[in-house]
Design a protein around this ligand. Structure first.
Ligand SMILES: NC(=O)c1ccc[n+]([C@@H]2O[C@H](COP(=O)([O-])OP(=O)(O)OC[C@H]3O[C@@H](n4cnc5c(N)ncnc54)[C@H](OP(=O)(O)O)[C@@H]3O)[C@@H](O)[C@H]2O)c1
Length: 219
């Protein structure tokens, strides 16, 4: 297995890279700024400069990777097209190339509440709507996928247990990015994670469960 990580310099992406390296899975990281990436990512990661909005770059960027993990996300700001571009078009570009490259598994970091149009997060230029569109594009692509929908992301890890549920059943809560990264990476090897949408948060009163058990509990 060789993993291509889009959004690798991001707060979740860098933790996905870390979890892959911990499991001795070679990583090819798509980054927009090589200097920035060198300051963030470990030296044993292959860096490739590119942008998910430039599809012509992506086939070469993916090279001999066999799985893709996408943790890109538009930065909140004044460009009303940013979530459309990054969270939909960018992911769609990756999916299209993934199909031509015979990618074995596509893991997407999405979000809780993507099915709720009247959600405050949609005030950020309909970001949840565009994430949902990207999810649907993956689901129809024929690729093997796992769509991971986390609650509010936290940088600090903790000892809370992971709650994993079916699509459109969790509506609030938070989770450390490290745990999101673990779920994404474990999905690559868990048969029960294939072609599923999983919603995740973390709670102190929840006992720790194995990933197999968590993925199996979701339809
Ligand atoms: N914040 C939350 O509470 C929350 C909750 C649920 C879900 N999410 C979702 O979870 C995901 C990860 O969030 P995060 O806060 O960890 O991410 P983040 O730190 O904002 O990182 C986003 C990453 O996307 C990259 N990116 C943006 N546009 C790109 C483009 N055109 N081409 C290639 N890369 C591009 C950024 O690259 P640069 O480093 O070059 O800018 C960065 O690496 C996002 O999809 C986010 O919407 C967030």
């Amino acid at each position: 297995m060789k993993a291509f990580v889009a959004g690798a310099t991001g707060q979740t992406g860098r933790r996905i890279v870390e979890e892959l390296i911990k499991r001795n899975i070679p990583v090819r990281a798509l980054v927009r700024d090589l200097d920035k990436a060198r300051g963030i990512l470990p030296a044993n990661v292959e860096l490739v400069q590119g942008d998910v909005l430039q599809p012509t770059q992506l086939a070469d960027a993916i090279a001999d990777s066999t799985v893709i993990l996408c943790a890109t996300g538009a930065t909140p700001g004044f460009d009303p097209t940013a979530p459309y571009k990054v969270d939909f078009e960018g992911t769609k570009n990756l999916v299209d190339i993934a199909k031509t490259k015979g990618i074995e598994h596509f893991v997407l970091v999405s979000s809780l509440c993507v099915s709720q149009f009247f959600h405050p997060l949609n005030l950020f230029w309909l970001i949840l709507v565009w994430k949902k569109q990207a999810e649907e594009y993956i689901q129809k692509s024929g690729l093997t996928y796992t769509i991971v929908r986390p609650g509010g992301l936290k940088n600090e890890d903790n000892a809370d247990g992971i709650v994993m549920q079916n699509a459109d059943t969790l509506f609030d809560g938070s989770i450390p990015r490290q745990k999101v990264a673990q779920v994404c990476v474990e999905a690559l090897t868990e048969t029960a994670a294939r072609n599923k949408v999983v919603e995740i948060v973390a709670k102190p009163e929840i006992p720790a469960q194995g990933f197999s058990e968590l993925f199996t509990s979701v339809a």
